[in-house]
Design a binder for this molecule. Sequence first.
Ligand SMILES: Nc1ncnc2c1ncn2[C@@H]1O[C@H](COP(=O)(O)OP(=O)(O)OP(=O)(O)O)[C@@H](O)[C@H]1O
Ligand SMILES: [Mg+2]
Length: 390
Amino acid sequence: MFAVPASSPSGRQAYAVRRLALTAFRSYPALTLETDARPVWLAGENGAGKTNILEAISLLSPGRGLRGAALVESARRMPGEAEPKTPWAVAARVEGPDGSFDIGTGLQPQPDGRLTEKRAAHINGAPAPASAALGETCRVVWLTPAMDRLFLESPGGRRRFLDRLTLAFEPGHGRVASAYERATRERMKLLKDGGEATWLTAIEAQMAASGVALANARARTAERLKADLAPLTGAFPQGLIAITGSFEETRMPGDEGEARFREMLARRRRADAEAGRSLYGPHTADLAVTHLGRGRPAAECSTGEQKALLIGLVLAAARAQAREPAGAAPLLLLDEIAAHLDAVRRAALFDEIAAIGAQAWMTGTDSSLFAEMGPRGQGFYVTNGALNPI
Ligand SMILES: Nc1ncnc2c1ncn2[C@@H]1O[C@H](COP(=O)(O)OP(=O)(O)OP(=O)(O)O)[C@@H](O)[C@H]1O
Ligand SMILES: [Mg+2]
């Protein structure tokens, strides 16, 4: 047996999946997997089902998981079958700084058996509200090939990335973000329907309170990342990050900020009604990343440099989380990570993961990509819906 590293530099148990069971989840009719706390790598041909495993783990946290797909899409369908028949379920034993938890989540069928976006969650056998409870129990951060264009595409993806990192620091962030979205939608509806001013004022107060809380939480993430951006090995470039946008650049701290946001909303009613959407607020923010070594915005960097910047950011977030007063390294889901990196950077990535003490889940088509992990990791070959230890 190899020694199990398992804990963050803080000495607290890093988040680690010790057991995973999938039912009717994408390509898997049923699967059970036992793992120790070391990083995991999955090798296998294209279409073998590697990303599906990472997606299942990502659904142990709130939201739609690393594919961002509708929840019903993950339900196993046979070729040619339009509607899935069986709800998917993911069950896991997850260790973390607060102990070991059995987490179960899956689609909750309607009383008539229909599958919708309704999701159920259980923690240690007791029903739990999916969004809040999952975020408290399991912290997950991911990087996928779909995020390679993060710096080139619209700000929405960058906001989601920032919010996902924030959620791993502050599980309450999801609730605040939903409250802000809901209030923004309700205000828009009132503006369209010509609602009463008193209602508008009340809903704008909610929008201002949740919007300021949302922006503050993102700003705290940016601060934490700044403090942890210097990478261990220098293999990944240092990024300088800033939250930008008209709201961010004009907002004031504290109670004054909330009052000012309320005033701005009241003043902008007509403009927002004409535009058909709310034009000012933290939902328009962007995450600006600069490659410090090159002195250039990320979007102007080479494809490889952009990927390295993203990896650097995710590792910085994991390091910062491990150092939080009651924190621990999150689960890191790094899909197709090894393929993009040359041998030196790959080795550096494995060293960083080992130093952080995180249980990273990595995928690649070839097991040789993970040779440098050696006994620091555990490998599985994925084929025909089964995972065989390597
Ligand atoms: N809802 C579903 N029901 C059944 N099978 C599905 C469903 N969704 C996806 N699949 C199948 O899952 C298979 C494996 O997908 P996955 O993305 O995990 O492969 P992978 O090993 O990551 O491949 P690659 O190396 O190309 O990234 C695909 O063949 C796909 O058709
Ligand atoms: Mg894949």
